[in-house]
Design a protein around this ligand. Sequence first.
Ligand code: AMP
Length: 287
Amino acid sequence: MVDVIHDPAAMRDRVRRSRVAGRRVGFVPTMGALHAGHASLVDRAAAECDDVVVSIFVNPAQFAPHEDFNRYPRTLAADCHLLETHRATWVYAPEVAAVYPPDDATTVTVAGPAAGFEGTIRPGHFTGVATVVCKLLLAVPADVAYFGAKDWQQTLVVKRMVRDLGLPVTIAVCPTVRDADGLALSSRNAYLSVAERQRAVALAEALALAATMWDAGAAVAAIETAMRAALDHRGLAVDYAAVVDAESLGPIVEAAPAVALVAGRLGTTRLIDNRELPPRGGGRRAC
Ligand code: AMP
């Protein structure tokens, strides 16, 4: 049985004792409703570390009042069951009041990579993310914390926060796990009707198109137009479809990796995805 810990001080104590004993500790922060994407992070952590902590905490601070905090799936028993088969040592499942005391007055705001895209569509979201990740890292002072490339902009925000605050943890970014048709696994996929699930493949289709056009040397504006059309074609309401520099999320930089970012809505469900694009070399200007 995986050991579930609710108290931050008890969690910190376990991790510290483990590290003092010379054990390497890995940490996988999640909001639960675990799927094979989360499991891949746990597997990577288990392969690289002696002990693995998986946090399960639906973080109210990263949801706007009109978003899906209340209906977000909460499946702790099933999550623990899944983690039994993935060599997690501890589940950290704090109460909201333990993370956010009633008179809580402190937040962590990251500028730079938090601007634009999710930061524009979901104002305050990344402050909620950075604040909770900071608090979680204090309760789980691990050697390495594992995040999914699925949430590309989030990985940039977390890496910048860790660098700027000098937090003593290494951030590892792991590949996106997908269904057979290319749809990135997400806890929010559970909201989709059967018809919406079929149309959700549009995100992967748009990204595949972007990769093909990128490899063929197409201009960024043409790629973005084509991605938007692919999303429109399946009836997604597009929030953004962009090709940007993978680190700054600004304009493409010659010979540097890029990333295609897409976000859209199917009914009441919002989905995001991305695909890394290799550097363009040979003196060819991308835009
Ligand atoms: P969440 O529970 O959605 O907050 O996600 C927790 C962690 O799992 C984040 O670092 C996500 O980027 C990562 N993650 C979510 N979906 C996937 C996926 N399909 N493949 C790999 N990692 C994922």
